[in-house]
Design a protein around this ligand. Structure first.
Ligand code: 5GP
Ligand code: MN
Length: 336
């Protein structure tokens, strides 16, 4: 098992390193991955970021994104790099099913697996972990790893600061979720000091809608929102036709679920979307309601207490029905 000391010693010599993160990387996943990429590259390692799928267009400005390989597009090359790597940095996930088609290659490589993550219930594939389920974002843990575990505060360049700030900002809903502690703000302040342009990052991520995406939001608010006052729950169900009508691409549904939670009195919000491969669920809650338990027990997923996701191979209408049929079971916890 690796310790911080052995890790520091090993990383003092040039290594082959692959950095990866979960399917459909979000701001925290991509921000953490690119921060680690910049940090390791500057130390003289040969580093490749390989992600299981494409990522949202609103992250397409991030420093280093042109160096990211999408696994499905370069499978043979990626498998070779994973097999030959000395280290694999696994960021913002703790179970191999989260990296979909990459899971077998990562499982079978002899590379040392470093996991930095903030989700509950790590599966245990890692050789070294920097894990804390109370952290607001993996970016917070990457910062802590570089600064406190590796003792490398001075290595935080403007690019690294920008990537970490993006992760911190997106996973805290712009510094407003319950996870936003004083230490999150202190880290954000340090990242701004070190070159993250907070206002510019905010513009890139939140004010970069396409016209279609904004119209899709309006359409969903008017036509696809259902409010179940009895269970203090609101949900959107979105069909494949809705997605194609508005030419929705990866990332365009991000944030939609939060509108359902913005109705006064709501405790639970769901977004159920019929994607081409599967039906995807996103749950959000306020207070103690455990979205992760619902996703884990009924929808083949997981996540955090207040933000979790899952999926199903059933038709959309059946998944919506199943979700609604679960609510009586949770009624006390939703209405107490
Ligand atoms: P989102 O609803 O934004 O897709 O995801 C919310 C949270 O739930 C994220 O922290 C994400 O990592 C987790 N999550 C989303 N989908 C899945 C899934 O299919 N399986 C697991 N284990 N976690 C998920
Ligand atoms: Mn995260």
């Amino acid at each position: 098992m690796f310790t911080p000391e052995t890790l520091r010693e090993e990383l003092a010599k040039p290594k082959q390193i692959v950095v990866t993160t979960h399917h459909k990387p979000d701001g925290d996943a991509l921000g953490s991955s690119l921060a680690v990429y910049h940090w390791l590259k500057a130390k003289g390692h040969a580093v490749h970021v390989i992600v299981p799928s494409d990522f949202p267009a609103f992250l397409n400005w991030m420093p280093g994104r042109q160096d990211v390989t999408i696994y499905a597009e370069k499978k043979t090359d990626s498998d070779r790099r994973i097999a030959e790597a000395d280290f694999i940095c696994c960021l913002d996930f703790n179970g191999l099913p989260r990296i979909h088609a990459m899971a077998d290659s990562v499982k079978n490589t002899a590379a040392v697996k470093i996991m930095i993550d903030h989700h509950l219930d790590p599966e245990g594939f890692d050789d070294y972990r920097h894990w804390d389920s109370s952290a607001a974002a993996t970016a917070q843990l990457v910062y802590d790893f570089i600064v406190n575990v590796m003792g490398d505060h001075q290595a935080i360049t403007p690019d690294i600061a920008t990537c970490l700030y993006t992760g911190l900002m997106t996973d805290t809903g712009s510094f407003r979720f319950q996870t936003t502690t004083p230490s999150v703000h202190l880290i954000a302040a340090d990242l701004i000091t070190r070159g993250a342009k907070n206002w510019e990052i905010h513009e890139h991520v939140y004010n970069s809608y396409t016209e279609n995406r904004l119209k899709f939001l309006g359409f969903c608010l008017v036509n696809r929102l259902e409010v179940l006052h009895e269970y203090r729950t609101a949900l959107f169900s979105v069909s494949r036709q809705d997605l194609s009508r508005f030419r929705i691409t990866t990332g365009d549904t991000e944030g939609l679920v939060n509108y359902a939670l913005s109705i006064s009195g709501m405790k639970l919000a769901a977004l159920i979307v019929d994607r081409t491969d599967q039906v995807k669920l996103s749950l959000r809650s306020i207070g103690d309601f455990p979205c992760n338990e619902v996703c884990r027990d009924h929808f083949n997923g997981g996540g955090h207490r207040n933000a979790a996701g899952g999926n199903s191979n059933e038709p959309l209408a059946d998944v919506v029905q199943k979700f609604k049929a679960l609510l009586p079971e949770y009624k006390t916890r939703l209405t107490q």
